[in-house]
Design a protein around this ligand. Structure first.
Ligand code: Q9C
Ligand code: ZN
Length: 363
């Protein structure tokens, strides 16, 4: 198995976040990537590759051009206009009947954010680009014939929509990788190496190339938005019921996709206290939906905030659950790209991530 990591994640290190009205040190910190990196080395998951540089094109395929221009310049424009140099965090959000475009340096953050948990500092854009490059590198490795790759993405991505940041996310790494897989696959430039593989349980359907399975504790609202009207990408998410948990305004079971995407979005919201047995049973439902769709590739948005000890989640998964989750997903027999999302019980995060990868690789 191959893992992709970049040291550039550390360029994103905001001093605070606003959580339920409290200004606190961010849960999403550089220590998270460091501890996963150390656990991968300990687990002899090798090699650890640096990301290749893909340039802006595969990111523009998913994100709005003006949003990307905003992210790149937001911090310096904010500081020059008198905003707090500690971090960009908007004072007013564009919502419902107040959603006019405003482009001033203090207004724009509120146009391109949906919450107050995605502060921007000087290095945020570079770190986010490095995370997207890590995801794209993993996608390229699958296209070259690898069966399993892990991208240690930080900042995470699944809350970022086409033109919105939020929930610690700026660029949607999973969506960028999925779109890249799909376009490269459709281009026919990729050699078909797996049709000869008689051991694959899922016979791929050429018109439905990619499924995304999101097992972060929170609903992947950004990924859902990006592919909501698309029939060529299946999005399946298992998460805390948004009626009680962030992101509150999306992630309900009746969100099934729209237009050509109707039926290609599956949300499985869950109650508090979900344990290993309950989670694994629900995971089987998600896996059955993916097998039905018969994709060519699987992108796994892997968050570990489902862990019992997570400070912002209320599920109760034990460390032993992650290898079992990995093993069940591996039974789909699909080339799989694992994208790091959340997980804030930092001391356990490395072992939990390594455990999932162990299960996925059949180790
Ligand atoms: N009362 C990820 O796991 N704050 N993002 C939640 C709940 C934001 C989580 C507030 C949580 C974002 C990638
Ligand atoms: Zn999460």
């Amino acid at each position: 198995m191959l893992a992709i990591c970049s040291a550039d994640h550390a360029l994103h290190d905001p001093p605070h976040e606003l959580l339920d009205g409290r200004l606190i040190p961010p849960y999403e910190s550089p220590a998270r990537a460091a501890i996963v990196h150390a656990a991968l080395e300990r687990a002899a998951i090798e090699p650890l590759l640096p990301p290749r540089a893909f340039g802006p094109e595969p990111i523009r395929a998913v994100h709005d051009a003006r949003y990307l221009a905003y992210l790149e310049r937001a911090y310096e424009r904010w500081v020059a206009a008198g905003g707090n140099p500690a971090a960009v965090l908007p004072s007013a959000l564009a919502v419902r009947w107040m959603s006019r475009r405003a482009s001033g340096p203090l207004a724009e953050p509120g146009y391109y954010s949906y919450d107050l948990s995605a502060p921007i500092v000087a290095g945020t854009y570079r770190a986010a680009r490095a995370a997207a490059d890590a995801a794209l590198t993993g996608a390229a490795l699958l296209l070259e014939g690898q069966r399993l790759a892990y991208a240690l993405c930080r900042p995470p991505g699944h809350h970022a929509g086409s033109d919105l940041c939020g929930g610690y996310c700026y660029l949607n790494n999973a969506a960028i990788a999925a779109e890249y897989l799909l376009r490269e696959w459709a281009s026919g430039r990729v050699r078909e190496w797996a049709t000869a593989d008689q051991t694959r349980p899922v016979a791929p359907s050429p018109r439905r190339p990619v499924a995304i399975l999101d097992i972060d504790y929170h609903h992947g609202n950004g990924t859902q938005q990006i592919f909501y009207e698309r029939g060529d990408v299946l999005f399946v998410s298992i998460h805390a019921d948004p009626a009680r948990e962030y992101p509150y305004f999306a992630g309900y079971a009746d969100e099934r996709g729209a237009g050509a995407g109707l039926g290609a979005n599956l949300n499985i919201p869950l109650e508090a206290g979900v344990d290993d047995t309950r989670y694994l049973a629900v995971l089987d439902t998600a896996i059955a939906a993916i097998a039905d769709f018969a994709p060519r590739f699987l992108v796994l948005s892997a968050g570990f905030d489902t862990f019992d000890g997570d400070p912002i989640g209320d599920f109760a998964l034990m460390a032993d659950a992650y290898p079992l989750i990995g093993r069940r997903i591996a039974m789909l027999g699909l080339p799989t790209l694992v994208i790091q999302e959340g997980g804030y019980a930092v001391a356990a995060l490395g072992e939990n991530a390594a455990g999932l990868l162990r299960g996925l690789s059949g180790m």
